[in-house]
Design a protein around this ligand. Structure first.
Ligand SMILES: C[S@@+](CC[C@H](N)C(=O)[O-])C[C@H]1O[C@@H](n2cnc3c(N)ncnc32)[C@H](O)[C@@H]1O
Length: 236
């Protein structure tokens, strides 16, 4: 680990993968999404307390989110969010220089969006569970039929937590996502230190050898400096 990486490791002390959710407008930017309302459903893998599924429903689109935290009660999810918010506040202050603030403007604005996302998500959670839109599930194994989704999205889980989740987990998860969806998009491709994921080249190579199409696609969003591309994977 170089000096910068070891300094960064102290900046975000999250203690594992945390429930920290984004809004639909952010998902649109991460994944260069325009079309939402047409076609078969979209899977939000590791959707957590994001309001993507809730907001998509309001727009008439069907998004199914899968995450282990959907086995918890709303109050417990809120509690975990509050613990995360504190760690994020500390981390973001320490690591402020590593972010491009042009999209959000300030740390307060980021927190406001996260809270909005949490409230929209929790407001939809019980109805969404009853409608089969929030499914308790953990990668690398998903309880869906093959080809259930036209698109699967993974935001802020794979690659970002690459120091906690190993190469085998990444490859098995991506294979599983390609089983259930025709196309997969993953963002960001850097780790919590803001460094390019060490798993990415090997993953792209393995997928290419297995006959999948992979592409690094520029997106209209940058927060962690340099994280300006998503990984797009398609079955051939
Ligand atoms: C940082 S949050 C991101 C939430 C959302 N995708 C977003 O960007 O707003 C990461 C989420 O990944 C979930 N997660 C952790 N391990 C997982 C696994 N094995 N399979 C699916 N989701 C997982 C966590 O519960 C958490 O909600």
């Amino acid at each position: 680990m170089n000096a910068h990486a070891s300094q960064s490791a102290r900046e975000f002390e999250l203690g594992g993968v945390v429930p920290w959710g984004r809004r639909l407008s952010e998902y649109r930017a991460f994944f260069a999404l325009d079309e939402l309302a047409s076609g078969s459903p979209i899977l939000d893998a590791g959707g957590g307390p994001s309001s993507f599924a809730a907001e998509a429903r309001e727009m008439g689109a069907r998004v199914v989110a899968a995450d282990p935290i959907y086995a918890l009660y709303s109050n417990d999810i809120r509690l975990r969010f509050e613990e995360t918010a504190e760690a994020m506040r500390t981390g973001m202050r320490r690591a402020s220089y590593r972010f491009n603030w042009s999209y959000y403007g300030s740390e307060e604005a980021v927190h406001k969006l996260r809270r909005e996302a949490l409230d929209l998500f929790l407001g939809d959670f019980e109805r969404g569970k009853a409608e089969g839109r929030y499914i308790p599930a953990s990668l690398p194994s998903l309880p869906f039929e093959s080809g259930s989704f036209r698109l699967a999205l993974v935001s802020h889980l794979l690659f970002l937590y690459g120091d906690d989740l190993d190469f085998g987990f990444h490859l098995a998860s991506i294979r599983e996502l390609l089983r259930v969806a025709e196309e997969l998009r993953i963002f960001p491709l850097v780790n919590l230190d803001g460094l390019p994921s060490s798993h990415l080249p090997g993953i792209m190579n393995a997928l290419w050898r297995e006959g999948a199409e992979t592409e690094l696609v520029p997106v209209p969003f940058e927060f962690q400096k340099g994280a300006t591309r998503m990984l797009l994977v398609r079955r051939r």
